[in-house]
Design a protein around this ligand. Sequence first.
Ligand SMILES: C[S@@+](CC[C@H](N)C(=O)[O-])C[C@H]1O[C@@H](n2cnc3c(N)ncnc32)[C@H](O)[C@@H]1O
Length: 243
Amino acid sequence: MNGVRSVTTNQDSIHKDLEKTVRKYARTQYMRPIALHTQEAFEQAREKILTWAGQSDIASIPVVLDSGCGTGESTVHLARRFPDCAVLGIDKSEVRIGKSGDPSHAGPEGIPANAFWIRAELLDFWRLVLDDHWDVRYHAVFYPNPWPKQSECTRRFHMHPIFPTMMQLAPVTELRTNWEIYAQEFRGAVGILGEESKTIPELASLRGIRAELSTLQPDSPETAFERKYAAAGQSLWRVMVNR
Ligand SMILES: C[S@@+](CC[C@H](N)C(=O)[O-])C[C@H]1O[C@@H](n2cnc3c(N)ncnc32)[C@H](O)[C@@H]1O
């Protein structure tokens, strides 16, 4: 894992284009066609959740999303924390998601029955979840790829056209990062989107959205990257978004 080093960046504060980018994407719809493999993964995940709940209406099942779950350790923690929810870890990396559900992640209690994993592209998966009206109660986004070069900024979730969709998924979103500027930008992007939502009918559900930034000192790391960062003595940040 090459994530142990601190983030190397040519940016020393919030990206100069943050505001105009978030405002632009608040007013446009992200239209990239859904990849077939993610559509199929979505159907599989949906089926797993319905089977676990013994129900036929996906909108009536409380769900937690663990987006970019990597090897899926955080999904196990979240499944214990939200025992009444189906907790779904999603990652596009075949290698990382292939390690999910490993009994070594769970200890003697074993892998919780409400923890599931699926390999998928988040940019597509999130749109499918929103269109299908899932009842997502909590959205964990732990240590997303930071894309720290200024020229890569539109690959950061909060400067990407997917951001309005991402923020509409759940009433609570928790972002964790080892790059303070990413956390500051994310918090700022939430504020800008909240302003835009006042005049955009499609974003009405985001009126009143707010974000709080704090440092994070986990007693025991909940993800593989968090463990590496903690061992390297790095500072960690959390942004809690509520709407
Ligand atoms: C830095 S790792 C963090 C993994 C895990 N959350 C952890 O803390 O150990 C970021 C993860 O996000 C996944 N990822 C990044 N962009 C993604 C996307 N668009 N769709 C699905 N997974 C993505 C990567 O494959 C990678 O496993």
